[in-house]
Design a binder for this molecule. Structure first.
Ligand code: GRF
Length: 203
């Protein structure tokens, strides 16, 4: 399968996927990396790995619809089987999400359905939670709301800060995303109406 990764920032999750895709038995190939920010370090990581890159800068477009249209045109050009959002910090339009239904994954730094949106680490701390973590889900029209495929937990310690917690969660992200992308490429996970099938079984 052909994998296209969208990122906005440092791209540590992209790096984890690049490293995993170099394993001899990895079932997919990262064919392109797209960014909405021209200065994103993710672009350099892709270039280092000889992966095609493209930039669709949201500041060049007057509306979400125009931006998403341009982004979709770039995506189509690469004909991916899977689109992986890896720290892609743009809200996507309903039409865009629908067009890629069942073929787009996102990683979110919380144990969904808790803490959709931003500042998840701080919010988990403020709530006095004992555990926190990361979720990988299919992207649907609902922001951070699509059916969850996998989660990894971390323990919140009394002396944790949003920064220390972010670090712990990221470590899990880098382990979990390559595993889930591998499952997808092996044809093991499918999006149903509002649920996920894993090896044909309800998750
Ligand atoms: C990750 O923490 C991800 O969960 C969040 O954005 C961050 C991306 O980090 N949505 P990176 O660009 O992969 O380093």
């Amino acid at each position: 399968p052909r994998i296209l990764v969208l990122a906005s920032g440092s791209g540590t999750n992209l790096q984890a996927l690049i490293d995993a895709s170099r394993e001899r038995d990895f079932p997919g190939q990262i064919v392109a990396v797209g960014c909405n920010r021209p200065q994103a370090f993710a672009l350099e990581r892709a270039a280092q790995a000889n992966i095609d890159t493209f930039i669709v800068n949201h500041q060049d477009y007057g509306s979400r619809e125009e931006f998403d249209g341009a982004l979709m045109a770039e995506i189509r050009r690469h004909n991916p089987d899977l689109v992986v959002l890896a720290g892609f910090m743009r809200i996507l339009t309903t039409d865009f999400v629908r067009a890629l239904r069942g073929t787009m994954l996102n990683i979110h730094p919380s144990l969904l359905p808790k803490y959709t949106g931003l500042n998840t680490h701080q919010r988990a701390l403020e709530a006095g939670d004992k555990v926190h973590g990361v979720s990988i889900h299919f992207v649907t029209e609902e922001l951070d709301g699509g059916p969850v495929i996998a989660q990894a937990e971390v323990t919140i310690d009394p002396d944790d800060t949003p920064e220390s917690l972010a670090e712990k969660v990221q470590e899990k992200e880098h382990l979990l995303y390559p595993i889930v992308v591998r499952w997808f490429c092996e044809g093991r996970i499918h999006l149903g109406t509002d649920y996920v099938l894993f090896d044909g079984e309800l998750l």
